[in-house]
Write a new protein. Structure first.
Length: 158
């Protein structure tokens, strides 16, 4: 399940809802991304996340479908927020559940890596007292490298 929303989420409530009644779940992995107070050595007071409705949900659904294709998941949840967020607020929640922990861990890590590089969100960071001088966050090479390890080897032609 995916949700793109401006509202804050309750991690405990979301986890309880995901596993409610599903007794096949034996392992759950969870990731919460939060607005930090610094980025690249620069202080951050707030972040504004923008997206294109419709396109974003479609991209997240495709990423989630890929995780379900690769691992035997019982359930998954991706919540990604947009709008103005301040330091300490949660941005993203990824939960994966499987019969066994290995699939849950791997799928959660995959989803987080691919969300960082393939989800169509744009981030604008502002330093304390400088909201008018915000800067767009560029893609990071480290994120691209982390996502690359999940690419399946190409099949030989012929």
């Amino acid at each position: 399940m995916i949700r793109v929303q401006a509202e804050a989420f309750d991690v405990g409530r979301e986890l309880a809802a995901l596993k409610a009644g599903n007794t096949a779940i034996g392992g759950i992995a969870l990731f919460v991304g939060t607005v930090r107070d610094a980025s690249g050595g620069t202080a951050v007071a707030e972040m504004t996340l923008e997206h294109y409705p419709g396109m974003t949900e479609k991209a997240l659904a495709e990423i989630e479908e890929e995780a379900h294709r690769r691992w035997p998941l019982e359930a998954s949840l991706i919540i990604h927020r947009y709008g103005r967020l301040t330091v300490g607020e949660d941005i993203v929640l990824v939960i994966t559940a499987s019969a066994h922990r290995e699939a849950a861990f791997s799928a959660c890590e995959f989803l987080v890596d691919w969300l960082k590089t393939k989800a169509p969100f744009w981030k604008l960071e502002a330093a304390p007292g400088q909201a008018g001088e915000a800067r767009w966050v560029a893609a990071r090479q480290e994120d691209d490298e982390a996502a690359r390890r999940w690419h399946e080897p190409s099949q030989p032609e012929g």
